[in-house]
Write a protein that binds this ligand. Structure first.
Ligand SMILES: Cc1ncc(C[n+]2csc(CCOP(=O)(O)OP(=O)(O)O)c2C)c(N)n1
Length: 350
């Protein structure tokens, strides 16, 4: 049975309460990545308001849950996440430009560079966990040693796909690490009404999958449990279900008004548990942080995101014929005819 007290290594004030699984320099590098991710999140939210992105799902408050977990992966491993997992995806190599294209509805966003083992974000809640199990199973059959890590929310654990994925992973002992970011909400549905399970980590019991509860706003604790789960999966020990308890500070997406269903006070309470502030305080206590350094990271990343936006906006728009070329290796007769009809219609802008 999972422990009911979430695993924690860093207190909210940055005090380390047990041995750190990482040296200070490595923690500083992970902090840099968290700052970079938050810079992207802030800019993407602003760009949506300027009408340059369609909708955007902010992940503020969940940086430790995502980057603490992906930090435990090797490049050969896979990340399979959702619309809210841009930090995890980017951290594992998915370029900002692809994420931005995806948010403008441009399908090219879903095609990362060769060798980047990250699937495009799943908008269908829960469906991608099955893919992560399949990827892990394939890796096990091929003996590559790769692990698939999948990210999803508390709401996704009420989907049938979650149960199918967990069941298969348990039976076949696939190298899959399930990372549930319990951020308190599934749009306007609070966690208490989502499931009667005491914790989400407990849901592993029924499938013979080890469940682990962790403070999702504690970078070191998330890394600690993730690296143990990844090592276990790589050695053939099967899947783990990690429940990272965190909070969605922003609205569900830029189309949501969260003030209509949750009190500001709750959000303010969680702001005090900010995952970046915790690591900042820890690094400062170890003489490994300065305001100038953090500002320089923000400026550099802001510039990198600007460049990605310029690149995305400069791309020629897709034409009707492109869907055929992107979807099929070979066109059947009727599809060929449809392609010709669409590109000959004068609508093709390529
Ligand atoms: C199969 C499916 N059902 C419903 C939706 C609509 N929907 C989009 S996000 C969401 C809530 C998901 O909540 P959770 O899994 O907790 O993730 P979070 O958004 O909090 O990160 C819902 C119901 C969807 N995209 N896919």
């Amino acid at each position: 049975m999972p422990d009911l007290a979430p695993h924690r290594l860093l207190e909210a004030d940055g005090t380390l309460i047990a041995d750190s699984p990482l040296p200070v320099e490595r923690v500083a590098d992970l902090f840099r990545r968290m700052v970079a991710a938050r810079t992207y999140d802030r800019k993407a939210t602003a760009m949506q308001k300027q009408g340059r992105l369609a909708t955007y799902a902010p992940f503020q408050g969940q940086e430790a849950a995502q980057i603490g977990a992906t930090a435990a992966l090797d490049p050969q491993d896979w990340v399979v996440g959702t619309y809210r997992d841009a930090a995890a995806m980017w951290d594992h190599g998915y370029p900002w430009v692809n994420l931005i294209l995806g948010r403008t509805g441009d399908e090219r966003g879903g095609c990362p560079p060769e060798g980047v083992n990250v699937l495009p974000p799943s908008i269908t809640v829960g469906a991608h966990m099955i893919h992560a199990v399949g990827i892990g199973w394939a890796a096990a059959l091929r003996g590559t040693g790769a692990v698939a890590m999948t990210f999803f929310g508390d709401g996704a654990t009420s989907e049938g796909d979650f149960h199918e994925a967990m069941n298969f992973a348990g039976v076949y002992a696939t190298p899959t690490v399930f990372v549930c970011q319990n951020n308190g909400w599934a749009i306007s549905m609070p966690r208490e009404r989502q499931t009667a399970s005491e914790t989400i980590a407990h849901k592993g019991v029924a499938y013979g999958v080890e469940g682990v509860l962790v403070d999702g706003n504690d970078l070191l604790a998330v890394y600690d449990v993730a690296q143990r789960a990844v090592a276990k999966a790589r050695e053939g020990g099967g899947p783990t279900l990690i429940e990272a308890v965190t909070y969605r500070i922003g609205p569900h997406t830029t189309t949501d008004d969260d003030r209509r269903y949750r009190p500001d006070a709750a959000v303010e309470e969680w702001r005090l548990l900010d995952p970046l502030q915790r690591v900042r305080a820890y690094l400062a206590a170890n003489d490994a942080w300065s305001e100038e350094w953090e500002r320089a990271i923000e400026e550099a990343e802001s510039e990198a995101v600007e460049q990605a936006v310029t690149e995305a906006e400069a791309m020629a728009a897709l034409g009707p014929g492109d869907i055929f070329d992107a979807m099929y290796a070979e066109l059947t007769g009727p599809l060929q005819a449809q392609r010709e009809a669409s590109t000959g219609s004068g609508l093709d802008r390529t």
